[in-house]
Design a binder for this molecule. Sequence first.
Ligand code: GLN
Length: 192
Amino acid sequence: MEKIAILALQGAFAEHEQMLQGLGVETVLVRNLGDWNKALHIGGDGGGLRGLVIPGGESTAMMRIMKDEGLSGPIREAILGGLPVLGTCAGLIMLDGGHLGTMDIRVRRNAYGRQLGSFNTVGDFKGVGEVPMTFIRAPYIESAGDGVEVLSVVDGHIVAARQGNQLVTAFHPELDGDSRIHEYFLSMMGRI
Ligand code: GLN
């Protein structure tokens, strides 16, 4: 069975946990380096760690805690080594050039201003179809390199993309009771 680690330093990790467990996936919460090392070595049964979710929250706080816990280097290495990762909202920001820098994207934080700080819409997601999208003080992707596949554009802004093993959404797919984005993430495993 797939085992997926969820970074649980702060933010909306419990909702990802519920969503993945609902899909029959075993999850491990990572709060510190000890948890991460344990997660990397699970699966003496041959299962092994298959992916990582970096949830929404507050990217400045998350980055600070990640550094304090000594997690940023090891997580960066694992992602660059091909571990599938799903970054949502603040989790998307964590992968950009100013943070972990594993993805060739430039992100604008809190991109929708105060009035449109939070909103719901329905948008097309390449390969999946129309999905509900909840944005909460969300970023969008301002520019993406050649190796990045744009998966969703809302109001002219990139809100979901993939670069190899890395999948990011500016919205919160864990909040709308629709598991298709998580299923898309699961489908990336074993094919990379
Ligand atoms: N505004 C947050 C940030 O800049 C992201 C919000 C979210 O993850 N819902 O980190």
